[in-house]
Design a protein around this ligand. Structure first.
Ligand code: AMP
Ligand code: MG
Length: 415
């Protein structure tokens, strides 16, 4: 177990933040979005900002769970194949029929699934136990009182809380809200995220490459990742490496953004680090080194009058991806008032030895299969092809520089 080797002294360089310290700095700056009222049909994927209670008991009336005959159980107590009980059929109740019916003892009323039970009946005999008769019915089996009856309140009682604030509205929750009689719900809207990539080397996928250029993958990846985390995400055109152009490009989007993400232009000191150069002047965005690999250079803060959170993620695609999952995802959860976006953390056995830099926590790309995890071979932060094979991140603590095959490690399961 790696946890048995936690050192007594800090191993992290004091010029670096821990992953956790950086995550808490982010969470303390992100405010939950104000609730809004949405029609039921538009609420899927949003997070409830109120509890939903049952307007009536569910079901609200005693009804049949099968097509058959409403009877008094004691009238058919002796029924058998050899000696069926024969009852006169006095009527029929279909689902939706709001008439008032009363069963006369010694008779039967034909009844459909979901139809209201007639007064005086205490059981339903499924049609399969009968000859299906119209004027009279032969019943071949006895039924206990309550057979095939769904009693009022058997699912929920009036006033019962069916959904709690913080629930992300998935299809079953939409059904529950509808069944509770709700048409409009108070929800946290999907956060609007705008994604920018930066770099003169970036070329639009689908257009020809010339040597020295690469296709822009980060902006597409981050837009997709934000959508996967419940956001409405938009990708903007690539911002060139011109410091004068960065701020205007960001500011132009503030009106439609609850969160901004940039990638690239935040390396540790190059003069082409245009994002850093442009945002540092504002004084509201902090650039720091986080004791991790990949993804060490990180920037986070707020911009504009509305203090819109902004993440300046590193440019290397694997770094950008891991940074999104560790830092942007919790911020999106906080905006939504949701707690369902944490990546599942499991323990698994390493199938191969791994290495990690001292003082930094590694998030190695791996393939998790049952309780085993296989680290992938290409761990460079530019190795997008290898990232595409991963389904998990293997965590190697700051104080380890290598772990042997067979060690137990913590693993984050990727969405
Ligand atoms: P930077 O942080 O701008 O120095 O970029 C670091 C590395 O990431 C460089 O190799 C860039 O070419 C690469 N990179 C930056 N932005 C993107 C992007 N949007 N898509 C793919 N690679 C990128
Ligand atoms: Mg760049």
């Amino acid at each position: 177990m790696t946890s048995g080797r936690i050192p007594a002294h800090p191993v992290i360089d004091s010029s670096h933040s821990t992953v956790e310290a950086y995550q808490s700095a982010i969470l303390s700056a992100v405010r939950t979005l104000a609730p809004t009222s949405l029609e039921l049909g538009d609420a899927e994927g949003c997070v409830l900002a109120e509890d939903v209670t049952a307007a009536v008991s569910l079901p609200s009336f005693d009804n049949s769970s099968m097509d058959g005959y409403a009877v008094l159980a004691e009238d058919i107590a002796g029924a058998s194949e050899g000696s069926p009980s024969t009852l006169r059929v006095t009527g029929e109740i279909a689902a939706g029929d709001i008439g008032v019916y009363r069963l006369v003892p010694g008779t039967a009323i034909k009844i459909m699934t979901g139809a209201q039970m007639p007064a005086g009946a205490d059981a339903v005999v499924p049609v399969e136990w009968t000859d299906g008769g119209v004027a009279a019915v032969e019943i071949y089996r006895p039924a206990e009182a309550g057979n095939a009856v769904r009693y009022a309140g058997g699912d929920a009682v009036e006033g019962e809380t069916l959904l709690t604030a913080g629930t992300r509205m998935r299809p079953m929750h939409v059904a529950v809200a509808a069944s509770a009689g709700r048409r409009v719900l108070s929800v946290r809207p999907r956060p609007r995220v705008v994604v920018f990539s930066t770099g003169d080397e970036l070329t639009e996928p689908g257009t020809p490459l010339v040597p020295g250029r690469i296709w822009d993958s980060n902006s597409y990846m981050l837009t997709a990742a934000a959508r996967e985390a419940g956001a409405l995400a938009y990708r903007r055109a690539v911002v060139p490496d011109d410091p004068a152009g960065v701020l205007p490009a960001l500011e132009e989007q503030l009106i439609r953004a609850d969160l901004l993400i940039t990638t690239g232009g935040v390396s540790m000191g190059g003069e082409h680090d245009v994002v850093k150069a442009a945002l540092r002047e504002l004084g509201t965005v902090t650039f720091r080194k986080v004791a991790m690999q990949p993804g060490m250079p990180q920037g986070f803060g707020v911009i504009g009058e509305d203090e819109v959170p902004i993440f300046t993620l590193p440019g290397n695609p694997v770094s950008a991806y891991v940074s999104f999952q560790l830092f942007v995802r919790p911020a999106l959860a906080a905006l939504q008032g949701a707690s369902d976006l944490d990546l599942p953390r499991v323990q698994a056995t390493l199938t191969e030895a791994v290495r990690s830099p001292s003082g930094r926590r590694s998030y190695l790309r791996g393939v998790l299969d049952g309780n085993k995890v296989a680290p992938l071979s290409g761990q460079g932060s530019h190795q997008i092809a290898h990232l595409g094979r991963a389904n998990a991140l293997v965590i190697v603590p700051e104080w380890e520089t290598s772990l042997p095959a067979g060690d137990t490690v913590d693993v984050l399961v990727l969405p």
